[in-house]
Structure formats: C-alpha cells, structure tokens
Design a protein around this ligand. Structure first.
Ligand code: FAD
Length: 636
C-alpha cells in the first residue's frame, strides 16, 4: 500500500458527548444553539463535515430567497400549506414546531449580516424591529444571499469554537453499542485530504448529511455531467447510515422533481412569484390555464386538485403537455419583464434586469453561464424549463426521511409520536434534522437551521440524563479499517492484472458503479427515461438488479482518497435508492402524480393509503420491512 501513499492509516480516536455529523444548515443551527444549553455542563461537543463549512451543503452557492418566514402568518396556516403541497400526509406536530420557531432563526441571520430586502420605507429597519420584507410568496422573502452559508457558518463556528470542528472528514458509518443494539455509540470516517481514519465515540449524535443526489441518471450527461439541481455532494449518507443503524425511515417513497430552467437548473421561484412570469407551451399557449381542469378529476387525484395545486400536481400538468407533443415549455421572461417595466423609468428597468440576473448569481451561477453562452437576454428571449431527475430530500418540496420524536406540548398529537427526546430517531442517541427528518417538508434553509436548534436542545438533555453511560462500540478499530479501506486494498491487490487501469475483472470503478445505479433507477424506478412511470413488475426487476449492485459494490476500487470518497458515497446512494424503491413498491397507489406514477395503481387512494409508510432495514440480512403507520390530522 505504501507505494500509493496507502500504508495503514493513522487512527485518531476521540470520545465526546455529542457529535454533529454534517456542516450544513441543520448542523449550523445545532452548533449555534447547543452551547446555550451545554454551557457550564462540561459536555464535549464536536462537529465533523466532509467539506468546508463555509461553502458546504445545499446552500453552498448561496440563495436568493429564504423560503420559510412566517412573519404576519399563523404557523397553523403554514401546516395547511405544507399538508396541501405534500398531498395530505405530513407529521403536523413537526411542521408546526418549525413554523412557530423559524422566524427567530431568520432574525438571527439578519443580525449576523444577511441582507434582507425590505418594502419601500422600511429599508434599514430589521425584521425583528417590524421591518416589512419583500415577499416573493406568502412564505418566502427575498435576500441578497450569495454569502448566506458563509454568514451562517461563521456564527456556528464562533459558537462551537474552531477547535471543536473537523472539516474534510467523510463519515462512512455509525456503530451501534455492543451491549444495546438499539443504541448508537460511535461513528467512523476518513479524511479526504490526509491518510487518517477518525473514530468517534459518543453518547448522542446528530446525523445531518442532507439529502440524496445522483441516485437517478441526471438529465445533464456528457459535457454537462456533475451538474444537478440539489448538491451532488449530498449522497444519501443521512438515510443510509440511519437505516444501517436500525432507525425507522418514513415516506422514503416521496421524492422531489423540480421544474427548473433547463440544463442550468436555475431557480424559477422569483420568476413565477416575484416577476409574475407565465409558463407557456411551445406554441405560446398558457397551458396551465388551458389544462388546469385535468387535476380536478377526483377519482384520480382525490380532493387535492380542487384548490391551489401542490408542486407535484403543477408538474403533472406540465408533463401532460409535453407528452401531448406541445413542448418545449418556456417561461415567458420578455412578457413578464415587459409588463413590469411599463410604468418604470429606464433606471428602474435596468435595476429590474439586474435583479433577474442576480437571482441566478446568488444561487446558481451556472445558469448565468448558460444564458451568456446561448446569447439569452431574458428581456428578449424566453427560456426553457424542464422537470429534472428525481432527488430524495426532506427539507424542500419533498418529505423523505427518518421518523423522529416530536414535541410534547401540542394538543391532539398521538402519544407514540413523542417516545423520547425531541428529534431523536427510533435508535437511542441518534438524532436528526433538516433533510434527515421525514414527513415534514418545506422547511427549506431557515427551517432546517431551526430544526438543528431544536435537536441541539434535545441532545443536551439526553447527554446530561445519560452522563454516566459509557459508549462501547460493537465493532473494533481493526474491523473498521478493514471495511473502510477495502476499496483501496482491492485496487492494490489487482491493479497489475491488466494494463488498462480502469478495465479489470477484479474490480469496478466508483464511476462505473454510479452509472449502473443511475441506469437501474432511471429505467425501472420512475426516472426521466420512462417519464417518471413504474409498476410492480418493473420494481421487481429493480430489486434484483439493486441486490446484485450491492454485491458488486464490495468490489469497488479506490486508487486514491478521492475515489475512496466516491466509493463510499455510492454505497450510501445504493442504500438510499433501495429504501426509495422498497417504499414505492409497498405504496400501491399514485400519491404524487408529477413526481412519480405507479402505472398499475395510477390513482390516489385516500381510503387505503392516507397513511405514513415506515421501514426498517436489517443490515445483516439485507432485508427491508415496510409498514403502514396511521396518519393523524392535528390542525383543522
Ligand atoms: P445541507 O445544508 O445540504 O448540509 C448537509 C451537510 O452534510 C453538508 O455540510 C455536507 O458537506 C455534509 N455531509 C454530507 N455527507 C456527509 C458525510 N458522509 N460525512 C460528513 N459530512 C457529510 N432554501 C431556502 O430557504 N430558499 C431557497 O430558495 C432554496 N433554494 C434551494 C435551491 C437549491 C438548488 C438547493 C440545493 C436548496 C435550496 N434550498 C432553499 C433548501 C436548503 O438549502 C435546504 O433545505 C437546507 O440546506 C437543508 O439543510 P441540511 O442541513 O439538511 O442539509
């Protein structure tokens, strides 16, 4: 191994009370909040991120809007909006809890220096002082957010202390306790910069590694490869590590298929909500107005198409138009800008145009590259939009994730929904937030941060209540080295078998394995190539192929640390993909038309399926078990 700089890794072992895994919005929320409760307790807290916190996670490039700010709105109304968008099935206790606390987080962001747009006359007046924000929608407020993540990470670092943060370490697995298999006791991962293995023991941990991207074949292939809407560096670690530790997952059948500017995945929210632009078919017709009636069919869409259609139903209307041969779909940017400019001075028009560009520059710079490269001037040329490949996430317009213990002070909440400490999963000591929490979407950046704060309080209480408990990991350091560096060993053992380094019967490169996973998911589990359609038979094929892929994943090679990272990301993706596939197979209805279609049950069935689907995974047998969990409406 030495020849490749791969002698035995240096092993760094550390025991802490609480480990935060991830450095994104939820992790920053936890890091900021936790010291308020841990101060003076002597608890040792550490945060570990696979990347650099200043620019890690989904907010890496910045954002142009904060999508959850209640302000003058009632949090109960926020619950109604989330419930409608997610087709009736959410944990209303969790959503309400975010709604009632989220504004305080946004006030902090502004205090730390995040510029929030204000209504004329309120410039310079902070939100916390009653300043009125510019809203792009009922729940969204506009920001100059290119440095959003930087600002939030700075506050998190300051609160936790730089000495308690380790960046560039990818956590591969959680380890259960030797004496209690339903409890988590440690985690192991490797540095992506140095040849070092990190083993942490702890009483509690917050698993907040975001959602899962590149599970499905992306629309951007070839020269566009690597571009995706959600961040490619969130590889399903949250769902995979939680499942392998025995935590119950929920609503993993759910996914998000955003309709975004084609090829650059640029945001459309400001265009639709702020600039009041219309989406039109290839022939210039407002297909939404023309086809809106199709979702009124109660036999197929239940009552969900009667009022304001949710995100998946809006997708459905667009997909029907494309399938009918009337694509491509364009956002009519010239019309929108033209009508806004009617009563403006030339200076104001210039400002408006700058805002249109800034919307991309703040959060998806690549889209500006495409506009510039394709000579698109938005005031003159409409831009194409397209439904993307699916993503698994729990914080945006989707609700895949882990089943967590909820708040205890809300009326009407079933007792069994708060079995332990707030935000704890069904595994003792394992907490989650943000994309990790299932059945409670539409938290976005501010809500994920808020959930991190809520979890921090729960974890401190848990750690203090278990002060004398000593973690005892069920796996040895040697076993972890053997497993984590297996791809390196495989490479070194077999690399001389052929003369072409990537072609070898004894191993598979992480890139090839990823392409195979994406092909399976795309062709059998309702990806773009089948227009988001699947059925029970296709899912059976997918199940077999994923099983074989999982077997072959043991043969992944890693010729350097970068490939080792890619290998383990892929492993996490496979487990997340399996969970998604198993849940879709179990739910025999089409709950989310526009996100995916079970063609053998192509209708929404509230009588039999207005329930959560929860699952558990047995790491030893590789088997999944799904079950129905009753849905309870708490807010009328
Ligand atoms: P993230 O913030 O993604 O953080 C995940 C963290 O885990 C990262 O630090 C990552 O490096 C780390 N990590 C991953 N795997 C590992 C591992 N194995 N080991 C160690 N660390 C790991 N929200 C809004 O409010 N407004 C918007 O306009 C908006 N638009 C969006 C547009 C896009 C394109 C995207 C991608 C997101 C958008 N969001 C928006 C949503 C918001 O960004 C997310 O809701 C939020 O970031 C989720 O927080 P999180 O902490 O769960 O995950």
């Amino acid at each position: 191994m030495a020849e490749y700089g791969f002698g035995n890794p240096e092993v760094i072992e550390e025991e802490v009370d609480i480990l935060i895994i991830g450095g994104g919005m939820a992790a920053c929320g936890a890091a900021f909040e936790i010291m308020r409760w841990a101060e003076g307790t002597g608890l040792k807290i550490k945060l570990v991120d696979k990347a650099a916190m200043d620019r890690s996670g989904a907010v890496a490039q910045g954002l142009s809007a904060i999508n959850t700010y209640c302000g003058e709105n009632d949090p109960a109304d926020y619950v109604r909006y989330v419930r409608n968008d997610l087709m009736g099935i959410i944990r209303e206790d969790l959503v309400y809890d975010v709604g009632r606390h989220v504004d305080d987080s946004v006030h902090h962001f502004e205090e730390w220096g995040l510029p929030v747009w204000k209504q004329p006359g309120d410039e310079g007046k902070k939100l916390a002082e009653g300043g009125k924000p510019v809203r792009s929608g009922k729940w969204q407020i506009m920001i100059n957010g290119e440095s959003y993540k930087w600002i939030v990470a700075e506050a998190a670092k300051k609160a936790l202390g730089l000495e308690n943060i380790r960046e560039h370490v990818f956590i591969v697995r959680l380890v259960n306790d030797k004496n209690d298999p339903k409890r988590v006791a440690g985690a192991a991962g490797f540095s992506v910069r140095e040849h070092k293995l990190y083993v942490y023991k702890f009483k509690a941990c917050l698993l907040v590694c975001g959602g899962a991207v590149n599970v499905f074949r992306p629309r951007s292939v070839g020269e566009g490869m690597g571009r995706a809407w959600y961040p490619v560096w969130n590889a399903g670690s949250t769902y995979a590590m939680a499942a392998e530790t025995g935590a119950e997952l929920t609503m993993m059948e759910n996914r998000f298929v955003p309709a975004r500017f084609k090829d650059g995945y640029g945001p459309v929210g400001a265009w639709f909500l702020l600039f009041k632009a219309k989406a039109k078919n290839g022939y210039g017709e407002d297909y939404g107005a023309k086809n809106g009636h199709i979702i009124k069919d109660e036999k197929r869409f239940g009552k969900y198409g009667q009022g304001t259609p949710g995100t998946c139903l809006r997708n459905h209307i667009m997909m029907e138009e494309i399938k009918a041969g009337r694509g491509p779909i364009f956002i009519d940017t010239p019309e929108a800008l033209g009508s806004l400019a009617k009563n403006m001075t030339p200076k104001e028009v210039n400002h408006l145009l700058a805002e249109a560009w800034e919307d991309f520059l703040d959060m998806t710079i690549g889209q500006c590259g495409i506009w510039a490269g394709e000579n698109i001037e938005p005031e003159k040329v409409p831009s194409e939009i397209m439904p993307t490949e699916p993503y698994l996430l729990g914080s945006h317009a989707g609700c895949a994730g882990i089943w967590v213990s909820g708040p205890t002070d809300l009326p009407g909440v079933p007792k069994e929904w708060s079995w332990g400490y707030r935000s704890m999963t069904t595994v003792k000591g394992l907490f989650t937030a943000g994309d990790g929490v299932g059945a409670s979407g539409h938290k976005f950046s501010s809500g994920s941060f808020t959930e991190g704060r809520i979890a921090a309080k729960g974890m401190v209480k848990f750690a203090l209540d278990n002060k004398d408990w000593k973690p005892d990991m069920a796996r040895t350091k040697e076993e972890l080295i053997e497993e984590i560096y297996r791809p390196v060993k495989t490479f070194l053992e077999h690399k001389n078998y052929t003369t072409a380094i990537d072609v070898n019967p004894h191993y598979i490169t992480p890139k090839m394995l990823q392409l195979r996973l994406q092909k399976i998911m795309d062709e059998y589990v309702a990806g773009v190539s089948t227009y988001y359609q699947t059925n029970g038979k296709m899912l059976e094929v997918a199940e077999n192929k994923l099983q074989m892929l999982k077997e072959d994943s043991l043969k992944m090679r890693a010729k350097d640390l970068h490939e080792l990272l890619r290998a383990w990301e892929n492993y996490h993706r496979i487990i997340a993909a399996e969970a998604h596939m198993q849940h879709i197979k179990f739910r025999e209805e089409t709950r989310y038309p526009g996100y995916y279609y079970r063609m053998d049950h192509n209708f929404l069935d509230d009588t039999n399926w207005k329930v959560f689907v929860n699952s558990t995974y047995d790491r030893n047998t590789g088997k999944w078990e799904c079950k129905k969990v009753p849905y309870v409406q708490i807010i009328k």
